[in-house]
Structures are given as structure tokens and as C-alpha cells.
Design a protein around this ligand. Structure first.
Ligand code: HEC
Length: 222
């Protein structure tokens, strides 16, 4: 019986500790967070639809949306993925799509890095049409074939070997919504303070270029 009480008490303590560390402490830490003025407050219905597709098509399994701090690793900045993200960036993002895997590049600033609708459409139809070595899946069901391209249709411009023998490929509303969502991913606005302080052990190297922080988002748009 005393064993059961000890187990219950232990489990209770773990629960209280987890609640404190995962709920109470973070909400205190974030209570003063103000969204940057430039952060997008309103998402269009089309962008929201695109975001739903991003989730349902599993894009989040291969793509993150969280460039890391150069104090942690300079790699993300060197790849041109932009300044480290801060909690405020996600204010209007629910649920956030931080992602945990990076089979493909981080997409936090893809709208700034690649603003071409044509490029995104061709890439979604078949990534190999624009990046020969790509391992990303094709999403041909977001497109349809047509004999005549009407004014209101968005044709996909592809290299000849990716075109059907007859007719044209045009984007469906879903493909356009997903592209609009991609283009809305642009967090290159400056933020007041960046996340972590310099880690202690790296303080000696503080003068090196890689560990210096700036809030300009420099290098993210090309
Ligand atoms: C199996 C993993 C995988 C999945 C799932 C996946 N991607 Fe990718 N993605 C990649 C890889 C690898 C690349 C890099 C090669 C390339 O550009 O095609 C990439 C590249 C990209 C790029 C270009 C990034 C850049 O910096 O040039 C975009 C945009 C993109 N993916 C969007 C999407 C969207 C939208 C979805 C969901 C519909 C998706 N991806 C699903 C693996 C994936």
C-alpha cells in the first residue's frame, strides 16, 4: 500500500513539474512578447487553404520553418535561410509549423527567396523539372490537362520532356492556394531582439563574424 502511495506521489510530482516547465514557465517568458509591426496579421482565405494543404500533403514532414541562431550554428545563415526566428514571428501562426525534419530546405523565408509563381507551379508539378537532383515528391494531382488554355487559367511552363504529348498543364485552385501560401512565407522584416544570448563557452570567439548577431535578416532575400 505504501508503495502505491509513493508511486502516485512520484507520478503527481512529475506531472506538476512538467506542467510548470512546459506551460507556466514558457507562458511567463512569452508574456511580454509583442508581434513585430510588419508581421502578417491577416491571412487571405486562399493562403489559409494553402496552409491546410501544406499540412495535409505532408510538406511539414520534410520542411522546417525555423532558421537557427548563428550562435548555435552559422549553417542556416550561410544557406541564405534568413535571420533566426523569434517567438513573435509565430504570433498569428496557429498551429505553428516549425517542423522537425529537413529533408528539404527551411521554408520560413521561401516567399522572399523564390517569389516566382511560375517556378513554384513547375516545382510542385514535378520538382525534377526545375531541380534535376530533387528527391521531393511530385504533386501532379494539383494540376490538370487541358486542350485550350483560357485567359483565367494559369498554365504551367515546363521543359518539353515534362509536358504531355498533347495539350497543356494548368494549375487547379489548390495548386494556386499552396503557391500563395509559399509566397506569404516572408519573415525578412527586422526584429528588435534576437533569441539566445551568446553561449558561455563561445564567449571567447565572440569577435568572430559567425557569432555576431544582427536583426536585419540580412542574407535571407536573394
Ligand atoms: C520527401 C520530402 C519532401 C516532401 C514531402 C516535400 N518536399 Fe519540398 N523539397 C524537398 C527537397 C529534398 C527539396 C530540395 C530540392 C528541390 O528544390 O526540389 C525541396 C524543395 C522545396 C522547395 C524549394 C526550396 C528552396 O529553397 O529552393 C519548396 C518551395 C518546397 N520544397 C515546397 C514543398 C511543398 C509545398 C511540399 C508539400 C506539397 C513539399 N515541399 C513536400 C523534399 C520534400
Amino acid at each position: 500500500m505504501t508503495k502505491a502511495i509513493a508511486i502516485a506521489a512520484g507520478a503527481g510530482m512529475i506531472l506538476v513539474y512538467a506542467g510548470l516547465m512546459l506551460l507556466v514557465v514558457p507562458s511567463i517568458q512569452l508574456s511580454g512578447a509583442k508581434p513585430p509591426a510588419e508581421a502578417q496579421t491577416q491571412h487571405s482565405a486562399e493562403e489559409i487553404r494553402g496552409r491546410e494543404l501544406y499540412v495535409s500533403l505532408g510538406c511539414v514532414y520534410c520542411h522546417s520553418q525555423q532558421p537557427r541562431d548563428p550562435a548555435q550554428t552559422p549553417a542556416d545563415r550561410e544557406r541564405g535561410w534568413g535571420r533566426p526566428s523569434v517567438p513573435e514571428d509565430y504570433t498569428y501562426d496557429g498551429p505553428h509549423l516549425l517542423g522537425t525534419m529537413r529533408t528539404g530546405p527551411d521554408l520560413f523565408n521561401i516567399g522572399a527567396r523564390q517569389p516566382s509563381v511560375d517556378w513554384h507551379l513547375a516545382h510542385l508539378y514535378n520538382p525534377r523539372a526545375v531541380v534535376s537532383w530533387s528527391t521531393m515528391p511530385s504533386y501532379p494531382f494539383l494540376f490538370r490537362e487541358t486542350d485550350i488554355v483560357l485567359d483565367e487559367m494559369q498554365e504551367v511552363h515546363l521543359p518539353e520532356e515534362f509536358l504531355p504529348s498533347e495539350g497543356h498543364i494548368v494549375a487547379t485552385d489548390d495548386a494556386m492556394a499552396l503557391v500563395k501560401y509559399m509566397l506569404s512565407l516572408d519573415h525578412t522584416y527586422p526584429v528588435e531582439k534576437l533569441t539566445a544570448e551568446e553561449p558561455e563557452e563561445e564567449a571567447d570567439e565572440a569577435e568572430t563574424e559567425t557569432s555576431s548577431l544582427d536583426a536585419t535578416g540580412e542574407g535571407s532575400a536573394s
